[in-house]
Design a protein around this ligand. Structure first.
Ligand SMILES: [Zn+2]
Length: 56
C-alpha cells in the first residue's frame, strides 16, 4: 500500500509520522451531508492556515 499524499504539496504522507487529518463535512439543509477526508503535513497545514482565524 502506498502512502497517501499531502493535499497541499503533493508529497507522500507517511502514516507513522506526525500529520494532520482533515474531515471536510458538506452540510446541506436537506440532509444529504457528505464528508471528505484529507491528509496534510503538519508544516503544510500550519503554513496554509497561518492567516486563518481561530475557531470560536
Ligand atoms: Zn505537504
Amino acid at each position: 500500500m502506498t502512502a497517501p499524499y499531502c493535499e497541499i504539496c503533493g508529497e507522500s504522507v507517511p502514516m507513522d509520522l506526525d500529520h494532520v487529518g482533515i474531515a471536510a463535512e458538506y452540510v446541506h439543509t436537506d440532509d444529504r451531508n457528505a464528508q471528505d477526508d484529507y491528509l496534510v503535513h503538519i508544516e503544510c497545514w500550519n503554513h496554509h492556515t497561518v492567516e486563518w482565524i481561530d475557531p470560536a
